[in-house]
Design a protein around this ligand. Sequence first.
Ligand SMILES: [Zn+2]
Length: 309
Amino acid sequence: MTGDGYEKLGSEKSDYEDGGKKGKSKNNAWKKVKYQLVDYHTLPGYMKDNEYIHRYYRAEWPITQLLLSVFRIHNETLNIWTKNLQQGGKEEEAMSNMLLGPLLSSQTPITRWPFYVFMGGAMFCLLSSSICHLLSCHSQRMSYIVHRVDYTGIALLIATSFYPPVYYSFMCNPFFCNLYLGTITVMGIATMIFSLLPTFQRPEFRSFRASLFFGMGVSAVVPILHKLLLYGTDHPEALQTTIYEVLMGVLYGLGALIYATRVPERWKPGCFDLAGQSHQLFHVLVVAAAFTHYQAGLVYLNWRDLNGC
Ligand SMILES: [Zn+2]
């Protein structure tokens, strides 16, 4: 255990042996003991995920205590808040751009629905990720459920990320627009089914599940190259959005690398228990990548608002 008060509370226990008021105090004392943060080696097996993070774990608390732990310092605090803050900021900025953009434009504005689809997917992903970090330590069953929802959110974010670039790149070529949107939608639904159904959680499907996520991400190369071939020389926006998309790919790639290698805590185990651990860096890079994607979306909107097809 890490709690400085843990041993102290343990010794207090003997002072509360008699019933009545003392019994009540004993109860409160035990409650306090119960919700102390604990060390890695005392965790139940299903929670032992990163041996380089040594302290400040919440383990098998009731839901109410977990919800209240949003405002406590533990090793998931920053993971929860990095997603929450991004969500708030994104919503506010999106609203102003979506609502004011068409009003400020002198031209008839282009439809915004692909952008709303992307925003919806991103919000769901961020929310499910926050919930996963907040509640997964409640019990093994809860951990299983919220991790499935988290994977579904990631699949939804990847699939819906395709909507603004594909729609605004190919809105004048309905065949390719429908082909690319249809393909990513089917891939997204398949990935969500594979993430949710218990049958596909068996170890033999592990690499297949990973390749579905990877395949979805990599398939973005096709519409991006196609867009460059169509507009690369005539419209600077085509190149500008591609630069954003490449940057987004680099940020996601770097995030995945840090996530997989568990750097920097691997180099100095126990030194990044509260801040600076790989999962927090991964979150920051995902936030940066999604923001880059969002900026690319605004360039597309501006391009089509001004030029139409
Ligand atoms: Zn996370």
